[in-house]
Write a protein that binds this ligand. Sequence first.
Ligand SMILES: [Mn+2]
Length: 347
Amino acid sequence: MPNAAQPQPTKLTDEERRLGRLLSSVKRVVIVTHVGPDPDAIGSALGLATALRNAGKEVFVATHGKIRRDLRDLPGADMAVKDVPEKVDAVLALDCGDSARMGEYQGLLKAGVPVANIDHHDTNPGFGDINIVRPRAAATSVIIHDLLPKLGLPISKETAIALYAGILGDTDGFRNAGTNLEALEVATDLIRKGADPVAGADRVFNSVSPSYLKLEALATAAIETERGGKLAWTAVSQSMLRRSGEKVCYVGALSSQLQRLNAECSIVFFEVDAQRTIISVRTRGTLDAGALCASLGGGGHVGAAGADIHKPMAVACRLVLDSARRLMDAQGTPQAPGRGAPPRHLN
Ligand SMILES: [Mn+2]
């Protein structure tokens, strides 16, 4: 009788087998990250890129321009390109929830070469010729960690460092709803293979600029709350941006700061110009940030969403806060203590 406790040889899915065949047959591949690449986009791409380079492949990582400062020293970053070469044998889209997220590289879908779509967003429509989409994975970097041994590609120290950054980013340092046992087990394995957890945390969380921190201070000083703290928001003006010295406002990063209030709904408004405001909304429980933003012409997920509103900030604030209040009224009191909605992947 077989012993159930014995480890079983890893079984490959059909898609994994097809990816393995594709990668063994190609010489020159391009890995595409999503627009505005975050640690998981860059980490998963460079993790796979370093492993493929070690296997003798010529690899280009399409990153929509310069990799952001804190991730620029990751192993494999030298493979980053803005323009992809004309002739490649395969396209690997990583962490792109849909083909539009490939941004300027969407044309590659029509280049007549096989496209593999590797991702963890539950809304991914499966736009590739090969689709490896695992919504329960905390990060695309987790999926790459699982795939590499199946493809016969060893996880080197440099690969481990890149993948670790991706997991750290998407789980917000093992704190958000995406965090699960698999993410922690994969992180442990990556540390065993050479990723330094302290250096990783410094890279992903402790490398902001003084001007960013000043902007965050101005934004948090302007926080307003109502309903006993269940609704919280802040509005970041152009004058705050100027005073801080920052050039751009990462509303998502400020939104993560507001989440520390544990509000049911938190909103960051940013005045792009006199006629345009962008918002970043985070919610807890079953309150649907995606629905709120969809009603304002934006979109997103249950727990995190955004919208680009072509109205002055004061008008946008009234409009959005009224919608949020209505949504919270319709929701009533959420059933304590559960969090209702299943974990959704926001990045
Ligand atoms: Mn991701």
